[in-house]
Design a protein around this ligand. Sequence first.
Ligand code: CUA
Length: 332
Amino acid sequence: MPPGVRRAATAIVVTTAVALAAAAVAYAGNGGLAPPDPKSPNAERINDAYWVIVVFAGFIFFLVEGSLLAFVLKYRRRRRPRTAEGPQIHGSTKLEVAWTVLPVVILALIGAVVFYKLPGIKNVPAARAAGNTTVEIEGHQFYWLFRYPNGAVAIDDMRAPADAVVRERITAPEDGVIHSWWVPQLGGKFDAIPGTVNQTWFEAPAGRYEYRCGELCGIQHAFMNGYVRVLPQREFRAWVDRRAQNATGTELGREEWRGVCQKCHRLDTEFIGPAIGGNPLLADRKGIEPLLREGRGNMPAVGDTWTDEQIDALVNYAKRYAGEGSQGGGAG
Ligand code: CUA
């Protein structure tokens, strides 16, 4: 192949690949460049700031890469000798002023937009007549614990009332590690730090919003994900009352078993920790409490912040796996 043809062929291959990649990103829409559709006023403002920055960053990207390509092509060597020197140019007041002033203006614009949006991201809107709910959110290895004002507790599945301000107080147990509470559609990332409380809020229509832990926190970090279920207010009230009245019930017990124990244990095979099917400890309230509260060996103190009712709920549920014959029960 003559060099000219080879170059043209390479150029076509590269252009096609870039065009395909760009088309894939454009087609993917939300799965590509764009953040997920915001559903809370603070998330909307974060999204707006993102797009302002993307527009300027995109403009500068094409400006810089475009001129780079143009210069590479226009001033390529052609048949000139390798040692030929180009024209020597000094100073261009207009250009120098432009490339100093323009970035200053762009940065000032971005700063102005972000500072304008900031209060609406950070500040909780004034309380509405409907009142608001505060949820205490604890990041544990490797589950999320939610506590409601009436004492109700939930694991991994957060529920909240629709179209009401929901305040979140995010933390982690004193001897724990740092996690990050992240519901992309409902706002930014907030670290769950031992001994510190970070606060944020959201106000969303009924729906199901995915969350995940945004901070590498240990071997099962990838399983610290789930949903915030925003329910019509009456449905939420009914759920939170039922949960508070059944503090040791099956619903919570099952959530604890699946969200806390099964992240690391299987019944019949060694997983992250040993198999626990048929272990009499599962029915032994007195024996299992110190294990949950203090941990042992590689096992973290998963229940160090639990109420007595939470431990009762787990034993009430888990005792079915304590006896002989529970070993072959699969994942339960
Ligand atoms: Cu918790 Cu990552």
